[in-house]
Design a protein around this ligand. Structure first.
Ligand SMILES: Nc1ncnc2c1ncn2[C@@H]1O[C@H](COP(=O)(O)OP(=O)(O)OP(=O)(O)O)[C@@H](O)[C@H]1O
Ligand SMILES: [Mg+2]
Length: 357
C-alpha cells in the first residue's frame, strides 16, 4: 500500500433546483426559489405579507449560501462537472469519496444520481470517467474495479446485485469500521459491464408511485466502487467511491400515503432524522460533541463518510414551487448545517463501508 497522508477538507454542499413539474404548473404554483449567483439561492415565503415594506422584505425572503447552486436549466453534465468530476481523481489517488443526494420526495434526487437513458446521471458519468482514466493510465499499473450495490428498505439491508440473499446484517470490527456481512462484490472491467450491473440492481430497487412522485424511491440505495491498483503484483493503493441516492423525506398529507407506503415513509423519515441529528452534531464546533450514529442503518453505514476518511459531497434538491415552500425551507436549513462539517481524509484508508468476503 502507498504512503499514508491525511488532509482535512470541508464537505462541499451543492444545491439543485429542479424545473416546475406539470402538477405544480397545473396548481398555478409560483416560482419562489431563485439563484442569485453561482452560490446563493433566495427562497421567498409565499404566505407572509406585510404592509410595512421594510419588514416585508426582511421576513418574506431568506438567502442561503452553498458551494455551488444549479438552477432548473442546469444540464446533467453541468451538475456532474460542478460536483463529482474531481472525485474520480480522489479515488484513483487512493482516497475515499462519497456523494449523496438529499431532499424531499419528488425533488429530483434519483434524476441527478441515475438520470434517464438520454440524460445520464452521476453514477453512469462517474463510472465512464473512471474507466477512461484507467484506459489512459500507465500500462505498468494494473487496476481492479469491483462493485457492490445495496438498499436500505424499511431498516433492512438488501443486496441489489443478489436479492435472493435476503436481509443482510451490519457488523462493526474492532476499530469501529462498519461491514455488511455477505454483500456481493462483483468485478468489472469496462463501462458497459458496470452499466449492466447498475441496471440490474436498479430493477430490484424498491420504487413505487405515490401522489407526490410517480417514480418514488422507497429505499436508500448505495453503490460502492472499489478501485485497487497494483504494480507487479504488489498493491499500491486502493480507493472507495460511494454513491448514494437517498429516499426523500415526505409529509403524510402531501403524499396521501396509506398502508405499506405510509410505513415506508415513516422509516425513511426516521433515518433521515437520524442523519440530520448526526449532521447537526458534527457541524457544532465543540470538541466534546457526541455524535450518535447508532439510531439507523443509514447513519451507521455513513459513519466514516461523515466523520472522516472520505471526501464527501452532498447535493441537496428542492422544487422551485410555492406549494413546496415548507419542504424547501427545511431542506435548505438541513443542507446549510452540512456545510459546517469537516472530514479528514487518509490515503489508503479503510472504506466508508466494506463488504466482508
Ligand atoms: N432536473 C430535472 N429535469 C427534468 N426532470 C426532472 C429533474 N429533476 C427531476 N425531474 C423529474 O421529476 C420527477 C421526480 O424526480 P425524482 O424521481 O428524481 O425525485 P426524487 O427526489 O428521487 O423523489 P423520491 O424521494 O420520491 O424518490 C421525475 O419524473 C424526474 O424525471
Ligand atoms: Mg428517488
Amino acid at each position: 500500500m502507498g504512503d499514508r497522508r491525511s488532509t482535512q477538507s470541508p464537505s462541499p454542499v451543492a444545491l439543485r433546483i429542479r424545473p416546475m413539474s406539470a402538477a405544480e404548473l397545473a396548481a398555478s404554483a409560483r416560482r419562489i426559489a431563485h439563484c442569485v449567483d453561482q452560490q446563493v439561492v433566495v427562497l421567498q415565503n409565499p404566505t407572509e405579507g406585510s404592509n410595512d415594506a421594510l419588514r416585508a422584505s426582511r421576513t418574506r425572503q431568506k438567502s442561503y449560501l452553498f458551494d455551488v447552486v444549479f438552477d432548473s436549466t442546469a444540464t446533467q453534465e453541468t451538475v456532474y462537472h460542478g460536483t463529482t468530476q474531481g472525485l474520480v481523481a480522489v479515488v484513483t489517488s487512493g482516497c475515499n469519496a462519497t456523494i449523496f443526494t438529499y431532499g424531499s420526495t419528488g425533488c429530483g434526487k434519483t434524476y441527478t444520481m441515475l438520470g434517464t437513458d438520454g440524460e445520464l446521471g452521476i453514477c453512469a458519468r462517474t463510472l465512464a470517467e473512471l474507466f477512461q482514466t484507467i484506459e489512459d493510465s500507465s500500462s505498468d499499473v494494473e487496476y481492479e474495479v469491483s462493485l457492490s450495490y445495496l438498499e436500505i428498505y424499511n431498516e433492512m439491508i438488501r443486496d441489489l446485485l443478489s436479492p435472493s440473499l435476503g436481509c443482510l446484517q451490519l457488523r462493526e470490527d474492532a476499530s469501529g469500521h462498519v461491514q455488511v456481512a455477505g454483500l456481493t462484490k462483483v468485478p468489472a472491467t469496462n463501462t458497459d459491464e458496470v452499466m449492466q450491473l447498475l441496471a440490474r440492481g436498479n430493477r430490484h430497487r424498491m420504487q413505487e408511485p405515490t401522489a407526490a412522485n410517480c417514480t418514488s424511491s422507497r429505499s436508500h440505495a448505495m453503490l460502492q466502487v472499489i478501485v485497487c491498483q497494483r504494480h507487479r503484483g504488489r498493491e499500491l493503493r486502493h480507493g472507495h467511491l460511494c454513491m448514494i441516492d437517498l429516499a426523500g423525506s415526505e409529509r403524510a398529507a402531501q403524499t396521501q400515503n396509506r398502508g405499506q407506503r405510509m410505513k415506508e415513509g415513516a422509516h425513511i423519515n426516521r433515518s433521515l432524522l437520524a442523519l440530520g441529528n448526526c449532521i447537526k452534531a458534527l457541524s457544532q464546533q465543540a470538541s466534546s460533541k457526541y455524535v450518535n450514529y447508532r439510531d439507523s442503518k443509514l447513519t451507521r453505514l455513513l459513519k466514516d463518510s461523515l466523520r472522516g476518511n472520505s471526501h464527501t459531497v452532498m447535493i441537496a434538491h428542492i422544487s422551485p414551487a410555492s406549494t413546496a415552500f415548507e419542504e424547501s425551507r427545511s431542506t435548505l436549513a438541513y443542507a446549510q448545517r452540512a456545510k459546517n462539517i469537516c472530514t479528514t481524509v487518509e490515503q489508503g484508508a479503510l472504506p466508508p463501508f466494506c463488504p466482508t468476503p
